[in-house]
Design a protein around this ligand. Structure first.
Ligand code: ADP
Ligand code: MG
Length: 275
């Protein structure tokens, strides 16, 4: 894409460490074909997509257009049949199963349409789960899970079970779980698909805030109202990108988002510097 930084030109930091490349996601000519006995399903037919750090991308398209397949590839839950995927400049094809699991846990936070919370398990413990997998010790784990729940406005619901929460609250727990490990990328597959208008608004406000804190957000939706919050809209038809439209600059705040004032703004700045 013209004007985009060369992903291989990762600049050296003053301390000699390599900074991560600007293009956090680079998908090149990705094809995904599912084979079901005699039948081949061409879910992705040559998708190329470059996403810069800090972008907020809505992926849109009709049912069956390949959105979830693309998200599974971006999230290293599945590999392309053909083509390349560089995550933070590293080709995922060269990674072992263990390395892929590690990348999924450290770099990526997932949010799904159906929340996927563990039933009969309080919100706090649900949010602690990825930290358990990451080997974070108990005290630290609890503090980080509490902070993530505070970030999504659920400080007063930490000990509730999923069944004691509304759909919007359950999805906010799922967002807290996704950000507990402080991932650079948040991937969400139709996160508002099961929510009413009010809850949709609350959840989108949280995604906008995460993006304002410099996290890269890639969100699948078929709702125009949801896509309006993104800085860029990519549309798929039959496994191909047919539209790639920028709604706001990568470097700025997401559309319609205003930075909270006073104490909230300070917390905001602190969170920004942590990422
Ligand atoms: P979307 O999320 O846009 O609705 P998907 O990526 O789920 O679309 O699916 C794209 C196409 O691939 C569809 O035709 C779907 O039926 C097919 N598909 C998705 N997952 C599988 C799978 N695991 N095995 C076989 N076909 C699949
Ligand atoms: Mg889908």
């Amino acid at each position: 894409m013209p004007g985009e930084a060369d992903p291989t030109s990762a600049a050296a930091e003053p301390d000699g460490q390599r900074r991560s490349p600007t293009n956090v996601i680079m998908v090149e000519n990705v094809v995904k074909t599912y084979v079901l006995g005699e039948i081949q399903v061409h879910a992705l037919r040559g998708v190329s997509l470059t996403i810069q750090r800090g972008d907020f991308v809505a992926i849109m398209g009709a049912s069956g257009s390949g959105k979830s397949t693309l998200m599974h590839i971006l999230g290293c839950l599945d590999l392309p049949t053909r083509g390349r995927y560089l995550l933070d400049g590293v080709d995922v094809r060269g990674m072992s199963e263990d390395e892929l699991a590690d990348v999924r846990n450290r770099k990526i936070g997932f949010v799904f349409q159906s929340f996927n919370l563990i039933p009969r398990t309080q919100a706090l413990v649900n949010v602690e789960l990825p930290l358990i997998y990451a080997g974070v010790r108990k005290g630290d784990r609890r503090r980080r899970a509490e902070r993530a729940l505070e970030e999504v406005g659920l400080a007063d619901r930490m000990h509730h079970l999923p069944s004691e929460l509304s759909g919007g609250q359950q999805q906010r727990v799922a967002v807290a779980r996704a950000i507990a490990t402080n991932p650079a990328i948040v991937l969400a597959d139709e996160p508002t698909g099961n929510l009413d208008t009010t809850a949709t608004h609350e959840v989108m406000d949280i995604f906008s805030r995460l993006n304002a804190q410099r996290r890269t957000v890639v969100l699948i939706t078929h709702e125009e109202d949801v896509a309006r919050h993104a800085k860029r809209v990519v549309r798929l038809v039959d496994g191909q990108v047919v539209e790639d439209r920028r709604q706001a600059p990568v470097a700025g705040l997401p559309p319609g988002y205003t930075v909270p004032s006073g104490a909230e703004a300070q917390a905001h700045a602190a969170a920004r510097s942590r990422v």
